[in-house]
Design a protein around this ligand. Structure first.
Ligand code: SGN
Ligand code: CA
Length: 515
């Protein structure tokens, strides 16, 4: 009798274990929501990523807490704001002894794996399997660090190879155990190098210009004036836009410096033949145009913007193809129904708004990140969610899907009740944001702030400047209302709420006038 009870009990546990959903979390690097057709149809068609929205839920207002790579990745695995998990900027080494989401999954009987960009400087812990790109990684013939700590070169294009490795892990995973698999792409990060077939497809496309492309920085605050993320001034013709330096050497206004030439050669020389010659041939058009037309100012920006978009979106097309490969794999292996698939980017990305590229700002363009979740049977197909969600919620949500309670160290909210429509809103009315990496590329001053449904207050505390935006009337955040008499009441309210948020999240580090 006791044996029978034991057997029944074990088999019940087994059934439960098998029913727990698998989770595939896909994150690409610098993939802005506008470059996903489920969000915006003006630039690119991404049928595979869109499938997640068609069969699941599209989050229209998902945001990060510190719009830069390493910090968001640390937030992803800890469910914490940067001041709590310690990873405030890209240079910090993440303390791998910390308790994290993958470790909680392991404790609960999940097998865990990550393939692709990691960027936390210490080796992954909490993963039964990992294979990561060193640092930013390479687009072509990428190198991977394996669990043994050795580094080897793989043949092919990074997005394809990362997917190959992820699928390979799926093929060899332990049977009968639920899994969490992270697939972290390098693309479409700077220097925006796509595989030949997509360069061919995209290099003559023309994209609509954002209304703020030609805005200069006059009239805005110190932070706007100091930034170095202008497509016109800071994006490099050779290393970013692949114009062969040979075309530019005798033209003083375009002449690349030594560093850029070295960078260009390193990028091109890594591409195996015959693709390298074909890619160079395509990009010759840009060099010839510059020589012939000698554009400057607005006219040059017009070209640079188009070339940037062509290259960036060609990278996205390859990401989309590879998302399709993963979804096909799930279909072919009868895994679709019991697997939650999440797609995000690590943050947003400027695609010409304000004349910029890169991210970092608390402005919505870079604070927003795509989030699409498919979970058949739980999420109603084709749902759209307008609730404000944040990167601190990813870990509680993934754990929540597996029936695991949010650990007390996490600061985010489990979104599962939103996914299965048991709940319409969250018990959180505004989001906290804090960016720290000022002494680095693109020179964005440190700032923190609060984003409510309608208003956003930003404090650049190293220069003691505040900005206030009305997101309803000014979604592009062009008009700083800090001195508007009509907004003094809301300003006071936001300052009070910001202090409360800082208390709530336990951020007591001095920041200008605060604390
Ligand atoms: C590199 C890029 C920057 C980019 C950072 C951070 N420069 O340094 O443009 O902002 O990465 O990106 S590059 O010339 O080396 O491409 S992040 O996604 O890792 O945060
Ligand atoms: Ca990034």
């Amino acid at each position: 009798m006791r044996l029978l009870t034991l057997l029944l009990c074990c088999s019940a546990q087994l059934v439960f274990a098998q029913q727990r959903p698998n989770i595939i979390y896909i994150m690409s690097d610098d993939h802005d929501a506008d470059a996903i057709s489920a969000y915006n149809k003006q630039f690119i068609s991404t049928p595979n990523i869109d499938r997640l929205a068609k069969e699941g839920m599209l989050f229209k207002r998902n945001f990060v807490n510190n719009s830069i790579c390493g910090p968001v990745r640390a937030t992803l695995i800890t469910g914490q704001h940067s001041h709590k998990n310690g990873m405030k900027d890209n240079r910090t080494r993440f303390d791998s002894s910390k308790m994290t989401m993958p470790k909680v999954f392991q404790e609960n009987g999940y097998q865990t794996a990550i393939v692709g960009k990691w960027h936390l400087h210490s080796y992954p812990t909490g993963f039964d399997f990992w294979k990561i790109l060193p640092g930013q990684g390479l687009y072509v013939e990428p190198r991977f660090i394996s669990m043994k700590g050795d580094t080897s070169t793989y043949h092919g294009y990074a997005t394809d190879v990362i997917t190959d490795e992820a699928v390979n892990w799926l093929d060899h995973r332990e049977a009968g155990k639920p899994f969490v698999l992270h697939i972290h792409h390098k693309a479409p990060h700077r220097y925006f190098l796509a595989p030949l077939k997509y360069i061919e497809e995209y290099h003559r496309k023309i994209f609509p210009e954002p209304p703020t492309l030609y805005n200069d920085t006059a009239g805005h605050g110190t932070a706007w004036r100091l930034q170095t993320m202008s497509i016109l001034h800071d994006m490099k013709l050779s290393s970013d836009l692949k114009v062969d330096p040979a075309f530019l050497m005798d033209l003083p206004e375009y002449k690349p410096d030594e560093k850029e030439i070295t960078y260009y050669n390193a990028i091109m020389n890594r591409i195996p033949e015959p693709d390298r010659s074909r890619i160079k041939k395509i990009y010759e058009e840009r060099g010839l145009l510059l020589r012939e037309k000698r554009p400057s100012g607005k006219e040059l920006l017009k070209y640079k913007y188009q070339w940037y978009m062509q290259d960036y979106l060609a990278c996205v097309a390859s990401v989309d193809e590879n998302v399709g490969r993963v979804l096909d794999y799930l279909d072919q292996h009868q895994l679709t129904n019991n697997t939650m698939v999440l797609y995000t980017g690590d943050q947003g990305m400027y695609l010409g708004e304000n004349g910029w590229f890169d991210k970092r700002w608390m402005y919505d363009v870079s604070m927003q990140a795509p989030l699409l979740i498919r979970w058949p049977g739980k999420i109603k197909a084709g749902s759209v969610n307008n609730t404000m969600t944040q990167a601190i919620d990813y870990a509680p949500t993934m754990l929540g899907a597996a029936g695991i309670e949010t650990p007390s160290f996490m600061q985010g909210i489990n979104l599962v009740p939103l996914l299965n429509s048991k709940q319409k809103a969250l018990p959180r009315k505004s989001l906290y944001y804090h960016y720290y990496e000022d002494k680095a590329d693109h020179t964005v001053l440190q700032h923190l702030g609060i984003r409510g449904e309608r208003y956003k207050l930003i404090y650049f505390y190293t220069v003691n400047e505040w900005e206030l935006y009305d997101l309803k009337n000014d979604p592009q955040e062009q008009k700083n209302l800090i001195r508007s008499a009509a907004h003094q009441k809301i300003l006071l309210q936001l300052k009070t709420d910001l202090l409360k948020l800082r208390d709530q999240y336990d951020d007591h580090e001095p920041a200008g006038e605060l604390n």
